[in-house]
Design a protein around this ligand. Structure first.
Ligand SMILES: C[S@@+](CC[C@H](N)C(=O)[O-])C[C@H]1O[C@@H](n2cnc3c(N)ncnc32)[C@H](O)[C@@H]1O
Length: 272
């Protein structure tokens, strides 16, 4: 396990993923009924943008660094407020964003396998009474905790793609999770290096019986060795999410050095 998110936190892919995460959580908050959030690959929760890792890659500077002055409304504005609230040198990861958006009736379970990042995450989330950290395999955490008694919620699956069979692992984990919790919203992140692998993964998700899902693609102009294209598969997207993310991408893409025409939202099954 070599991957450390500290090298990549706040990059273009995080910006799109975390704006989408915020949009889903704000949507779930519209109803009074409690919801649960499951973050299977949570990372450390909070990242030092002045640290060695962030400086080495420069990804945060080219990502969230370009968005500091952006004024936006809706979920994009809410996410940016949350980021700015952490101060200029710090970036909040997915479990911290989720923890901050929970209401007293909601809860979060965040799994992280790397012992050091899991420890940092425990410290980061210690102040949030309704957030629990599991040190270990996030796919197992999902199997052990779905369906949630609340019957409403979000599952975020955001693996590091260090292993060759990550798409297969994620596909299996999704199928199991969806079988138990078909009404949940799912945010599934993937890199777009292995295009055929991504297509097979879409096929597996559809084969699970999903009736409503969209896909977000985004890419930036980048030097060869860096990740330059990524996607998010969103199963059971909330009503209005498609339009909101289309609008958000049109704002984010030029600021993040988006490749021409490479940011798009498309239905893969069902539509509004
Ligand atoms: C892409 S990062 C997560 C970033 C985080 N979701 C965010 O948006 O801020 C992936 C994380 O998964 C962790 N990891 C790798 N394999 C795992 C597994 N099987 N279960 C849980 N965590 C895992 C890595 O240590 C890494 O911190």
């Amino acid at each position: 396990m070599n991957y450390r998110h500290a090298f990549h936190a706040g990059n273009f892919a995080d910006a799109v993923k975390h704006a989408a995460l915020t949009a889903v959580l704000l949507y779930l908050s519209r109803k009074e009924a409690a919801f649960a959030v499951f973050d299977s690959h949570a990372g450390a929760g909070r990242y030092d943008l002045k640290g060695r890792e962030a400086k080495k890659t420069g990804e945060a500077a080219a990502g969230v660094g370009k968005l500091r002055a952006l004024k936006a409304d809706g979920a994009l504005g809410a996410w940016l407020d949350l980021v700015r609230g952490e101060g200029e040198d710090t970036y909040p990861g997915s479990p911290l964003i989720a923890a901050k958006l929970l209401r007293p009736q909601d809860r979060l379970i965040a799994a992280e396998m790397h012992p050091q990042d899991a420890q940092t995450l425990k410290e980061t989330l210690a102040q949030f009474r309704k957030a629990r950290v599991v040190e270990g395999d996030g796919y197992r955490m999902l199997a052990a905790n779905l369906p949630p008694p609340e019957r409403r919620g979000l599952v975020l699956i955001d693996p590091p793609f260090e292993e060759d069979d990550e798409f297969e692992q994620m596909g299996r984990a999704f199928t199991n999770a969806y079988r138990r919790f078909a009404t949940g919203v799912y945010l599934l992140w993937f890199p777009l290096k292995d295009v055929a692998g991504a297509e097979r993964f879409m096929g597996e998700v559809l084969a699970a019986g999903v009736t409503k899902a969209l896909r977000i693609d985004f890419a930036v102009e980048a030097k060869e060795e860096k990740l330059s294209a990524a996607g998010l598969l969103v199963v059971n997207p909330p009503f209005g999410f498609f339009d909101e993310m289309e609008k958000n991408l049109s704002v984010l893409s030029p600021l993040l050095g988006g490749a021409a025409g490479a940011a798009k939202v498309s239905w893969i099954v069902g539509a509004e």
